[in-house]
Design a protein. Structure first.
Length: 158
């Protein structure tokens, strides 16, 4: 992978977390009470990943200022989910996340040695988002929560 493509991929990791924070923070505010813990877990996952990415971005000379356009994209996607059945909305979250997962895998394979741990974490992170959404759509909130909790540094208890 060429250096410019690699740096763009790393920047996308960060932007993806900002989109995710906008999405899950908005969903947290509009979801049924029994779904709030799961949305809180996803919000925590996005926030923790964003913070973990900052040292890598700075080392690579990339900005860590947050893009309001990225956050707005997440908020707007949450607005589209508002009118959907919960399970359908979660399936849509999984659909949205799968292309990110595939791009993150490619980036992790091309990662510079100093970035391999972080890019590997981001693959696991995005897989957890997909797993959560699929399990939640299937009605298994406990397994969905467990898929995310295993990656959190700061656990949010129900």
């Amino acid at each position: 992978m060429e250096r410019d493509a690699y740096l763009a991929g790393v920047a996308e990791l960060y932007d993806g977390e900002i989109i995710g924070e906008g999405l899950f923070s908005t969903l947290l505010g509009q979801c049924p009470a029994e779904k709030r813990h799961g949305m809180g877990l996803l919000l925590q996952l996005e926030s923790e990943a964003k913070v973990k990415l900052r040292p890598m971005l700075l080392r690579l000379g990339l900005p860590i200022a947050e893009s309001e356009a990225m956050r707005k994209a997440g908020v707007e996607f949450a607005g589209k989910l508002r009118e959907m059945d919960w399970a359908d909305g979660m399936r849509m979250v999984a659909e949205l996340s799968r292309p990110y997962l595939e791009r993150y895998k490619v980036l992790a394979e091309a990662a510079e040695p100093a970035d391999r741990e972080m890019t590997g974490f981001m693959v696991a992170h995005e897989q957890a988002v997909v797993d959560f959404a699929e399990l939640e759509a299937a009605g298994d909130s406990a397994a969905a929560a467990a898929a995310v909790m295993r990656l959190l540094d700061t656990k949010l208890l129900a």
